[in-house]
Ligand binder design. Structure first.
Ligand code: UGA
Length: 434
């Protein structure tokens, strides 16, 4: 099929490139000319594991093209996926102006039987108002909702093996179109869940908010483990083996971050308020995650005898999770700000996130390696679960540090091993090893 993607952010670019892998002829459109120029030269404007290989492969065929404006090149598209950003406004509500302005342009350049498929995360009711907007302009294009569940860092794999495909539709014809688009995945047994437009839109918010709730819950259970001397690793194993609960998204950490969970829970809270519906659980999740960096700070202060004033802290990890260069709403950023306010001397290292972090903190001192970051440090603080941090030579680390203290806020190291080497080791929901 001939498919256009509007917006080449994470979702649009990964889905666009991967749709060409499913056999479609894809055009990726973005008005950001710099991005499109990069892509035309087979360079990715984002860091996404495994995507380069597909970009290289399909750029050389007629299955993948990049354009920087709306014009007749997209006129024979059978459907257009809209994957433009919906950033939060000051009050937390999703800003939908980007979607409406692209719809306006699309109406002009595509045929009336071209389907417009909304992949961006939008509040329930949005697709309906877009449909009305299209009719009001005198066009007939039908709106479909097809929310996305890709995770940064594993987006390629998530695209090829989704847990399910959600389709919010208004007609039987629309579902046939979606079945054609996803045919190769459906042949592998992936299921489509058909819904109305608003339900599809709300599924996306519910999924992200539920996962955020699960993380906030286990974060607080891990605090409780520390208070009563229980072990979070055994606990999550014991609880997670209950098939009704499951062990995924059950690892405690310094708080959830990224461009999705924090934004989506705020948008859902706003939506509930607007609908005059209480959402007390969500209010608590937001409060819990906002407060999390303070709890992490206290942990670091306790490990260092109550003060970090003029202490050298080697920070390992800046991104909001591993396998990405993204530092948006990263708990590492909030924790570094708190440490700086307590006058700690910070040297940070992250395998992928330092460029973006330096744009954020103009005065952040970054090291070229993890070992350089912890040299002469009074403590090492692990904030992101990069696998390379587990592979460090910890005997060497101990030699390089001023004092052998590790505060592992991702539980990636083994307490016994750290203790044997001679570290004071603090982690989440497990006994401290001093
Ligand atoms: C999330 C969803 O997982 C995707 O399904 C969705 O498509 C995407 O948002 C989106 O709406 O676009 P993403 O933001 O890439 O994906 O990151 P996740 O892997 O979900 O992690 C989010 C945060 O939760 C990270 O800060 C991570 O460290 C934290 N987390 C995750 C934990 O603290 N513990 C866990 O057990 C899992």
């Amino acid at each position: 099929m001939k498919i256009t993607f509007v917006g080449t952010g994470y979702v649009g670019l990964v889905s666009g490139v991967m749709m060409s892998h499913l056999g479609h002829e894809v055009i990726c459109l973005d008005v950001d000319k710099n991005k499109i120029d990069l892509l035309k030269n087979k360079k990715l404007p984002i860091f996404e594991h495994g995507l380069q290989e597909y970009l290289d492969k399909y750029s050389d065929t007629n299955r993948l093209k990049f354009v920087d404006c709306y014009d007749e090149k997209i006129s024979d598209s059978e459907c257009v996926f809209i994957t433009v950003g919906t950033p939060p406004k000051k009050d937390g509500e999703a800003d939908l102006s980007g979607i409406f302005s692209s719809i306006k342009q699309l109406c002009q350049y595509t045929n009336q039987d071209c389907y417009f498929i909304i992949k961006s995360t939008v509040p329930p009711g949005t697709c309906e108002s877009i449909q009305k907007f299209i009719y009001d302009q005198g066009y007939k294009n039908e709106i479909i909702s097809n929310p996305e569940f890709l995770r940064e860092g594993s987006a390629v794999e998530d695209f090829i093996k989704p847990d399910r495909i959600i389709v919010g539709k208004q007609s039987q014809k629309a579902i046939e179109v979606m079945r054609n688009i996803y045919k190769p995945l459906l042949e592998q047994g992936i299921k489509i869940v058909e819904t109305d437009l608003s339900t599809a839109e709300l599924i996306k918010y519910t999924s992200n908010s539920f996962l955020a709730t699960k993380i906030a819950f286990i974060n607080e259970i891990s605090d409780l483990c520390e208070a009563v001397g229980a072990d979070i690793v055994k606990l999550t194993q014991g609880v997670g083996l209950d098939g009704r609960i499951g062990n995924k998204f059950f690892n405690p950490g310094p708080g959830f971050g990224g461009s999705c969970f924090p934004k989506d829970i705020l948008a859902l809270q706003k939506l509930a308020k607007k609908a005059d519906s209480d959402f007390l659980v969500l209010d608590a999740v937001i409060k819990s995650n906002t407060h999390r960096p303070q709890i992490m700070l206290k942990k670091i202060l306790d490990a260092l005898g109550g003060s970090v004033n003029d202490k050298n802290i080697g920070i390992l990890g800046l991104t909001y999770k591993a396998k990405t260069d993204d530092i948006r709403s990263s708990p590492a950023v909030a924790i570094i700000e708190l440490l700086k306010a307590q006058r700690a001397n910070i040297v940070a290292y992250d395998p992928e996130g330092m460029l973006k972090a330096k744009q954020y903190f103009k005065d952040l001192v970054c090291a070229k390696s993890a070992l350089e970051a912890i040299a002469n440090a009074d403590a090492m603080v692990i904030l992101t679960e990069w696998p390379e941090f587990t592979l460090l030579d910890f005997n060497k680390v101990k030699e390089l540090m001023n004092t052998p203290i590790i505060i592992d806020l991702r539980n990636i190291l083994e307490p016994d091993k750290m203790s044997k080497i001679g570290f004071k080791y603090y982690s989440l929901g497990r006994k401290n090893v001093c």
